[in-house]
Design a protein around this ligand. Structure first.
Ligand code: HEC
Length: 173
């Protein structure tokens, strides 16, 4: 079973037969890049085989292409920071929403979203952006709940994008 956080592939869940994918080392050790399982799973159409499973988020065609490119380039332990365009004009649809889709919706969507927050609509994202809880969470502010809870803080460039968008009033642009 997936954990309460909607995450399946973490160390504590090994006993249930899930592959641990919480770190680069664990991912390499699992062998799923080398044997092709990773690329196969994200390209599956069979709902019993596709990753993530239905109800736990979907990858966009761009995200699948990015993973395939990363695998083809030799699956290096490099950072996403270099892909974050620091000069981008920050809009909700162009910059913020894709980050949320990629890094938040696997927990914050569906019938029982974590923290009772469904971030698939702008209304909820902007409300949390403007009440200060979202910027506190992604900046790991003192006393705030750190988001995302696993896998480290967002790259600085993505945090800056959120703060820029919030300074503009978190518009639906
Ligand atoms: C692995 C699951 C998971 C992911 C991924 C995740 N969250 Fe959360 N989030 C939670 C849980 C669980 C809570 C409730 C925590 C609590 O109340 O203690 C929460 C709560 C929150 C809250 C409310 C904090 C508060 O002060 O009440 C915000 C804001 C938030 N998340 C933002 C985000 C953002 C933005 C992302 C993506 C960058 C993200 N989360 C990714 C699981 C997740």
């Amino acid at each position: 079973m997936p954990s309460e956080t909607g995450n399946c592939h973490f160390e504590a869940n090994d006993e249930n037969g899930y592959i641990n994918l919480m770190s680069y080392g664990a991912l390499l050790q699992s062998g799923i890049i080398q044997n092709g399982d990773l690329v196969e799973a994200i390209n599956e159409t069979d709902p019993d085989k596709i990753m993530p499973r239905p109800g736990f988020g979907t990858l966009t065609a761009d995200q699948i292409a990015m993973i395939e490119l990363w695998v083809a380039q030799g699956y290096n332990n490099n950072s996403c920071d270099s892909f974050c365009d620091t000069t981008a004009v920050v809009t909700y649809s162009g910059v913020i929403q894709p980050i949320i889709q990629q890094k938040c919706l696997n927990c914050h969507s569906g019938a029982n979203p974590q923290g009772s927050l469904n971030f698939s609509t702008w209304t909820v994202v902007s409300a949390k952006a403007l009440d200060g809880s979202l910027p506190d969470a992604i900046q790991h502010a003192n006393g705030a709940v750190a988001m995302p809870p696993f896998g480290g803080q967002l790259p600085a460039c993505e945090i800056d994008h959120f703060l820029t968008w919030i300074q503009q009033g978190a518009p639906n642009n």
